[in-house]
Design a protein. Structure first.
Length: 228
């Protein structure tokens, strides 16, 4: 079930990785009969966003509009900066192409929380560990992220911390378990929350993701994720 659209929120799939551990570009690898790039685009659309593709290193223009990386070779943070510079939306959501099991209701909730609480940076956590993505960023963090790149610091989580600090805030971390326990969030496929954050970086992880979807396809209850 698609969430209501968010007119002041842009969605971006980060697809510019080198895919060194996979051995070939991840964006076009098939999972459950569809390339990973389509899984990511569908997740953002189901969260009520019209996504674009940031920092693509593969020929993916057929799947959606592509934002060229203005600072090639500087990792996903460079793609994030290019995407933020390309949009006039107040907030932007970033989802890597290698998180295909993430449920759209989680993104919809993070967007809701960020806009209501005016957080500069909003990310989830699982098991007490902050997850760098999906991330909801206020567009005004762009200068701070540029400063991180200019200083040679390319780490996304450290960049997010610096960006939040520029707003005199800390990064907002939302514990996924608490949302589930409170009945605010559920996965329509009934996948355990720990599986949502499986990064598909190797052939073995791609097999795990395929097995996860196959094992749940017949047992899913069809319960839609609920977002306040």
């Amino acid at each position: 079930m698609r969430s209501h659209s968010h007119p002041d929120v842009a969605g971006f799939v980060l697809a510019g990785g080198q895919s060194t551990r996979m051995g070939r570009d991840k964006a076009l690898l098939p999972l459950a009969g569809r390339p990973l790039i389509l899984h990511a685009m569908s997740i953002l659309r189901d969260a009520g966003l019209e996504p674009a593709i940031a920092g693509a290193s593969a020929p993916v223009a057929e799947f959606g509009p592509v934002v060229a990386d203005s600072r090639p070779g500087e990792g996903p943070l460079g793609g994030i900066c290019a995407a933020l510079a390309s949009t006039s939306a107040g907030y932007a959501v970033f989802l890597p192409v290698d998180l295909p099991l993430l449920p759209a209701p989680l993104i919809a909730y993070l967007v809701h929380l960020a806009s209501v609480a005016a957080h500069a940076v909003t990310i989830p956590s699982i098991g007490g560990v902050a997850q760098t993505f999906p991330a909801v960023l206020e567009r005004g963090v762009l200068p701070a992220l540029h400063s991180e790149l200019d200083a040679g610091r390319r780490g996304c989580l450290l960049g997010f911390q610096a960006a939040a600090a520029s707003f005199r805030q800390s990064v907002s971390r939302t514990p996924v378990e608490l949302l589930i326990q409170a009945g605010q969030l559920a996965d329509p496929r009934n996948l355990p929350a720990m599986w949502w954050f499986l990064n598909v970086n190797t052939p073995q992880e791609l097999e795990r993701a395929e097995s996860s979807l196959n094992s749940r396809s017949l047992g899913a209850s069809g319960t839609a994720g609920r977002v306040i």
